[in-house]
Design a protein around this ligand. Structure first.
Ligand code: ARG
Length: 595
């Protein structure tokens, strides 16, 4: 039997066909946009709204025009295989489409649990080269709870982009060239600390020294002068200070890596602020030459006269003492990403407080690149809100300090262990460890990813570790349950060719149909998630998928006596697992076969 090749995106498939017909009709033509959307399920599966706007523009009766288009479509596709089973005109001139159940089933058999989905999804973004700048903590400090956001949101954006065919460059733009080094070098020298032989936890020692040094500079002007002098020496290339700086950065990054490993996050590059230190001169002189930057009170600044705020709020690219700053290194970074990566797009993931910075950066880069004839990449700033404690304020420890990410992950795993051991007393030590670590990390990741990133959210252990609601344990539990169902059936359900008797299969019950339609929606959801760069769309979809699966499983006997019914239902189970697994994988959460 020749294999049927399916179109991945049914909405696109509809649009293509409507256009094909409209094209050849005098009343419509190639400029007609059918504007096809997912419909309210009470009215159909898709609806085309485009006739309304079109008729208004042509001063025609929309209902009559819709009638004309529908008749054209029916004539053109008479007897051919199409995505819709029924189409009808509604209201003033909408066209409602109901899915053809054969098309739906063919889609499911083709994409449901095979590699075809993976292959076809590559065309969604195509080979666009996209730099994603995420996580990017500052060195000499441990990562704290707030860093989870940039780290996991950025990571998931990379995973989804890659799945959809982008060529992704993951860049960790660490803060490794700031004033903190002046203070640290001053205090390290004063206390004669040798970084090669620190007793105890080096990062904790560094943090403690920094706290002491910083306090000292506030009460002792000579210490402050010394810190400044050490920073100037470092930035001037003094070899001793560079050596200390390198050691501090290495200790910090060693700590970061441990967290990245636990969260299963990786980078292609770690090009921090220091990497661009030799480029800042070029940036400043080009911008001055191009008339984009100018002197103001001794500093070099950029104003944007066309902008309501940035006409007077300067973007400072060189301070009055001659030092470069965050803006300068970010401009140099933009240049590097153009020259070395030829990036089509750059995505920066940081908290919302950096909105102004990235807006000013984009405005400046746009003018600068235009002047120099460089191709401007699409620049997107992905922002997020704050994680709150039980008191509704930014989360802190009882003593008012930042919550260390390392300790938070430890606690998540411990709590998950207690819960898992209670639910599954028969689990052995090693298995219990593996499962509870997996649940603990997944819970922290998912608690963040399931929130609309623009909002603040309250950190709540009980909620994130609950087996009910839109949580990681619930989604993992459903996937483990489907694994169990497939194990019990003893079949191999991942081959699309398995459905050789597809002609005898059909989607019958409302719960089968609802689940199949939900599975098909995965394509739209991936596209929407990428459009807004909001991972919680995917999370919400997986949660709905689980609900549809549960409804199906309760209503329809899977191991049915009729082998065609059984095959279809097994295929629905396998497809649900496959898409759940892929979806969770894109959220950086590996599924568990048992729990
Ligand atoms: N290090 C910065 C921070 O901790 C984030 C850097 C983001 N990336 C960038 N290119 N500015 O807030």
């Amino acid at each position: 039997m020749s294999q049927l090749v399916m179109e991945l995106d049914t909405r696109e498939a509809l649009i293509t066909r409507i256009r094909e017909v409209a094209n050849g009709m005098e009343a419509f033509g190639p400029d007609f946009d059918p504007d096809v959307r997912i419909a309210d399920p009470r009215h159909g599966d898709y609806q085309a709204n485009g006739v309304l706007a079109w008729a208004k523009q042509k001063r025609q009766n929309p209902r009559l025009m819709a009638q004309q288009l529908v008749e054209g479509i029916q004539r053109h596709f008479d007897g051919k295989r199409v995505p819709w089973g029924k189409l009808e005109i509604a209201g003033p001139g909408f066209i409602n489409f109901e899915m053809d159940s054969r098309w739906l089933l063919d889609w499911l058999l083709y994409f449901g649990c095979s590699d075809h989905l993976e292959t076809a999804a590559k065309s969604i973004v195509g080979g666009r080269k996209i730099v994603v700048d995420f996580s990017s903590p500052n060195t000499a400090k441990q990562m704290h709870v707030g860093h989870i956001r940039s780290t996991v949101i950025g990571d998931v954006i990379c995973r989804i982009l890659e799945f959809c065919g982008a060529s992704v460059i993951r860049d960790n733009h660490i803060g490794d060239w700031g004033t903190q080094f002046g203070i640290l070098i001053m205090i390290l020298k004063r206390n004669q600390v040798d970084l090669d032989s620190i007793a105890g936890d080096p990062i904790a020692v560094l943090e403690d020294l920094y706290r002491k040094g910083s306090a000292l500079t506030q009460v002792d002007p000579s210490a402050l002068d010394e810190a400044r002098a050490e920073l100037v020496k470092l930035q001037g290339g003094d070899s001793e200070n560079l050596k200390i700086w390198r050691a501090i950065v290495d200790i910090s990054y060693g700590e970061f890596i441990k967290i990245y490993d636990r969260l299963d996050v990786r980078f292609d590059h770690v090009l921090g602020e220091s990497f661009y230190r030799d480029q800042v001169e070029r940036v400043c002189s080009e911008l001055e030459e191009d008339g984009i930057a100018s002197e103001s009170q001794g500093a070099l600044v950029v104003f944007h006269p066309e902008h309501p705020r940035f006409a007077t709020q300067p973007f400072i690219i060189r301070k009055s003492d001659g030092a470069s700053n965050y803006a300068t290194t970010d401009l140099a970074t933009a240049l590097y990403r153009h020259e070395h990566f030829a990036a089509d797009e750059v995505i920066n993931v940081t908290d919302a407080r950096q909105k102004d910075h990235f807006e000013q950066l984009e405005l400046t880069v746009r003018k600068w690149f235009e002047k120099r004839g460089r191709k401007l990449p699409v620049m997107k700033h992905v922002t997020f809100g704050t994680i709150l404690g039980p008191d509704g304020k930014a989360i802190k420890t009882r003593s008012g300090e930042n919550v260390k990410l390392r300790e938070l992950l430890d606690e998540a795993c411990e709590r998950a262990r207690a819960i898992t051991a209670q639910k599954n007393p028969e689990l052995s030590g090693a298995e219990l460890d593996a499962i509870s670590t997996s649940i603990g990390i997944a819970s922290v990741r998912y608690a963040d990813l399931s929130q609309n990133r623009s909002s603040d959210y309250q950190f709540d252990w009980d909620k994130m570790l609950s087996f009910e609601g839109n949580t990681a344990p619930y989604l993992l539990y459903v996937s483990a349950r489907i694994h169990g169902i497939l194990r019990k059936s003893g079949g191999v359900w991942t081959e699309p060719g398995r459905a050789a008797n597809r002609r005898e299969m059909s989607l019958e019950t409302p719960t089968e149909v609802a689940l199949a339609k939900r599975l098909m929606q995965v394509v739209v959801v991936l596209k929407q998630t990428l459009e807004d760069l909001r991972p919680h769309y995917l999370g919400a979809y997986l949660y709905d998928l689980c609900a549809d699966f549960n409804a199906f499983y309760h209503n329809d006997v899977v191991l049915h006596e009729d082998s065609n019914v059984r095959e279809l239902r097994m295929h629905l189970c396998a497809s649900t697992l496959s898409i759940l697994k892929r979806g969770l994988g894109l959220l950086g959460i590996p599924v568990l076969e048992r729990m």
